[in-house]
Design a protein around this ligand. Structure first.
Ligand SMILES: N[C@@H](CCC(=O)N[C@@H](CS)C(=O)NCC(=O)O)C(=O)O
Length: 225
């Protein structure tokens, strides 16, 4: 099994956490942003986002694109430990939280993170290559001014929702004894905030949980932790 990824992508981190929780062996292929389209397009029928999983097993699809589809595939491939919990209510809740995190919060984190990296956080990597990549990402997604402020508000609301759930050390988002897909998605998609002192200082509970989930999934900690 091979994961096509950008090493820095938080959506790719989500899939690595899922693979790690299940203890599945896999290799990674790091793609170069910009050139990635030429590698992915023919495999995915035109979708150009990472992560993409190549099962490399006869009889299985050649490529599975999108982190949520990959998660569903991994549960079919090896049901235990489950990523999407069993039971109608719990599985519906888990998938709804995953979708909200994917579509709304992962994007908000991208806005706040790249805005920081181009401004106060420039010193994290002032090299020309890094700054050029940051500017390309900012242009691609329209990361500026009012849009960053809206992303900040969305993140504040998400963290206020998450705090009472994650602050309680014995509780996971879908009430199981172990973290499942909603927790892994939150841990991965919020992990870039570890580089921003404003979030690091205000939300210690968040980073404790992110660390715990990475340890359970045997995934190296994100930068900044
Ligand atoms: N909904 C997708 C989002 C993935 C995504 O946004 N990936 C970004 C990197 S973080 C990407 O590949 N961007 C390159 C592009 O859009 O061409 C998923 O969950 O897999």
């Amino acid at each position: 099994m091979r994961l096509l990824q950008f090493s820095t992508s938080h959506y790719c981190r989500k899939v690595r956490l899922a693979l790690g929780l299940k203890g599945l062996a896999y290799g990674v292929e790091n793609l170069t942003p910009g050139l990635h389209r030429f590698r992915l397009g023919p495999l995915t029928g035109g979708l150009t986002t990472v992560p993409v999983l190549l099962p490399e097993v006869e009889g299985e699809p050649i490529a599975i694109a999108d982190s949520s589809r990959i998660v569903a595939y991994l549960d079919r491939l090896q049901p235990e430990p489950r990523l999407v919990p069993l039971g109608e209510t719990r599985s519906r809740d888990a998938l709804q939280i995953e979708d909200w995190l994917d579509e709304s919060i992962g994007t908000a984190v991208r806005f706040v993170y790249y805005d920081y990296r181009a401004g106060a956080g420039r010193a994290l990597d002032p090299s020309l290559t890094s700054q050029v990549v940051i500017q390309i990402v900012r242009r691609q997604y329209g990361i500026r001014g009012a849009a960053v402020e809206l992303a900040r508000d969305r993140l504040d609301r998400a963290l206020a929702w998450l705090k009472p759930r994650w602050e309680n050390a014995s509780q996971w988002l879908t009430d199981g004894p172990d973290p499942a897909i909603a927790d892994l998605t939150a841990a991965a998609l919020l992990s870039p905030l570890a580089r921003l002192p404003e979030y690091r200082d205000a939300h210690p509970w968040l980073f404790e949980r992110i660390i715990e989930i990475h340890q359970r999934c045997q995934e190296p900690l994100p930068p900044g932790l």
